[in-house]
Design a protein around this ligand. Structure first.
Ligand code: GTP
Ligand code: MG
Length: 290
């Protein structure tokens, strides 16, 4: 049902197994690279929102941690719609996965759209077969194959999602791009830059903690501590004469300043918090668990 002002709004949780392409898809759907997307599995550790505003709908997409990483609970409750992303390269295995089957059993009456991703790995003549395979396994008539890198299928998916968005009034101001603070969005881009620059075993055990988030000389000044879990990692993160740290800062500044639309002065400091990934208090402090 359409409201008087013509805008309908809703929440769409984008779910799937690790590395199925959820974050890349949310970025393609909204046209903003708010969600860190990387080949390292488990890149998304907590739900991240990114909002799409069109002439008639406002959709808050919620990128979620992998179904196979968590507690077995629904990744997000209260969504108006779920979009299940399945990697087409492993379609049979993903459809048979106990995590996917558990998820499908739990969502009950919430509408579902399935988006087989990575269709660029298949000739167009096989895309129909992918859709058929999904339709035989999943109780959904909305199956939209996508490639997030080229954008193929993304507008069709926006159309399918829009058609299922409820008749609720506009939830957020027109210029709202995410429900998170700028500070959080910047810290996620710093975390992403670690994966781009460092070996995965060091990136995944380096926590990001912003100490100061202020404006200096019309730039966003961000002083950040990077906590490594071992003394031996500190030198790797700093690099020869600070070269690695500069490389990390360059990647993070470029991606973060695009999101917050302001130049960034990123001041990175490397500290050691021995074995923090094994310490629950540290995990809570760094935002990895609630
Ligand atoms: N070729 C191709 N690559 C893709 C596609 N979608 C995502 N990728 C790449 O696959 C990798 C994983 O994508 P993500 O979007 O980070 O996957 P994810 O499901 O969010 O992963 P987790 O956060 O670990 O659960 C990244 O390197 C993406 O660039 C696609 O449709 N085609
Ligand atoms: Mg992700």
């Amino acid at each position: 049902m359409m409201q008087a002002d013509g805008i309908r709004s809703g929440y769409v949780a984008v779910v799937g197994l690790a590395n199925s392409g959820k974050s890349a898809l949310v970025n393609a759907l909204t046209g903003r690279r708010i969600c860190p997307s990387h080949e390292h599995p488990g890149m998304t550790r907590i739900p991240v929102t990114s909002i799409l505003m069109t002439d008639d709908v406002q959709i808050c997409f919620i990128d979620t941690p992998p179904l196979d990483s968590g507690s077995g609970c629904l990744p997000v409750s209260g969504a108006d719609l779920y979009c299940l992303v399945l990697n087409s390269n492993q379609l049979s295995a993903q459809l048979d996965s106990s995590h996917v089957l558990d998820f499908l059993a739990k969502i009950r009456d919430v509408p579902l759209i399935v988006a087989p991703s990575f269709i660029d790995h298949f000739p167009a003549s096989l895309h129909g077969a992918l859709v058929n395979q999904v339709s035989m396994a999943v109780n959904s008539t909305d199956i939209v194959p996508v490639c997030s890198l080229s954008g193929q299928g993304v507008q069709s998916l926006v159309n399918s999602v829009s058609a299922k968005i409820p008749g609720r009034v506009e939830l957020f101001p027109d210029d709202c791009i995410s429900l998170h603070s700028e500070r959080f969005l910047v810290s996620e881009q710093i975390r992403y830059s670690l994966f781009c620059a460092l070996p995965p075993e060091i990136a995944s055990t380096t926590a990001v903690q912003i100490e100061e988030f202020s404006i200096r000389d019309e730039k966003r000044y961000v002083r950040t501590n990077l906590y490594v879990a071992r003394h031996s990692s500190k030198g790797v993160v700093i690099g020869k004469k600070g070269s690695m740290l500069q490389h990390i800062a360059r990647i993070a500044s470029e991606s973060a300043s695009r999101i917050i639309e302001r130049p960034l002065n990123l001041d990175l400091w490397v500290k050691v918090r021995e074995s923090w990934p094994e310490n629950r208090e540290d995990l809570v402090e760094f935002g990895y668990v609630c």
